[in-house]
Design a binder for this molecule. Structure first.
Ligand code: V4E
Length: 219
């Protein structure tokens, strides 16, 4: 399991030029994401994001506070940090743990499988968001472990991310420092957290869920 520390940013042709000046494009790819939750938003209300990307399952969970609860009024820093879990049996256990209070079938003896989606029905998980992203990725000269992604979502929103992956137990503060330094090199001057693709998607296409997550201080 690793922790993804990242800062999103808005970009224009000047930012792109700055990235090309100090970085190398390492490829472009396209992927389709489907996000899942219970009908009463049990996962996303705990800031837990379950998705399938390219036939693989991924779970993003907050690293603090301990149980993933969202503190009201928590100050939003420019960087986010989430644990990334990609092992399906582990994802299944974590999801069950988060929804257990209201889950009627959580005791069922099920082995989740990549080929068979029946575990989603058992846990009453439905798709609430689906979109395709085209991503260009860059590495930076003289900045080890820092990646920059420029994302274009098919619903008409583009956003950049400066990202550092930290192995479990690794130094998150030094990752934040690398990100801050990179942002400075790119001349970014945002003082507030920039909206990610999901925030914009929910606002446009799932306004009820957006309003609930906003008032719960998840977004
Ligand atoms: C963690 C999270 C969500 C899951 C999607 O995360 P994100 O990094 O935005 O997507 P993507 O496609 O760039 O994933 P990657 O390829 O980097 O793994 S959806 C909402 N969140 C929480 C969240 C938040 N509240 N605010 C910001 C700025 N980002 C994420």
């Amino acid at each position: 399991m690793s922790v993804e520390v990242e800062r999103k940013f808005l970009f224009d042709s000047d930012t792109l030029k700055a990235i090309e000046d100090i970085g190398d494009c390492v490829g472009q790819k396209q992927f389709h994401d489907k996000y899942f939750d219970t009908p009463d938003f049990k996962l996303t209300l705990r800031d837990v994001w379950l998705r399938r990307r390219k036939q693989s399952w991924e779970l993003k969970c907050p690293i603090d506070p301990v149980n993933g609860a969202v503190e009201p009024g928590r100050e939003k820093s420019l960087c986010t940090q989430y644990k990334e879990i990609t092992n399906l049996p582990e994802i299944y256990q974590r999801v069950k743990e988060v929804i257990k209070d209201t889950c009627e079938n959580c005791d069922a003896d099920i082995t989740p499988s990549d080929e068979d989606d029946s575990w989603l029905n058992t846990l009453k998980l439905c798709c609430f968001a689906e979109f395709t992203t085209t991503r260009r990725s860059f590495t930076l000269k003289g900045e080890d472990g820092v990646k920059i992604d420029l994302d274009q979502a098919d619903f008409g929103y583009h956003v950049g991310e400066i990202e550092v992956l930290v192995p479990e137990g690794g130094d998150i503060q030094s990752a934040q420092e690398k990100i801050r330094h990179t942002a400075q090199r790119l001349g970014l001057n945002e003082e507030r957290r920039v909206e990610g693709k999901m925030t914009v998607y929910l606002k446009r296409y799932r306004p009820e869920q957006y309003a609930i997550l906003l008032s719960a201080h998840v977004l």
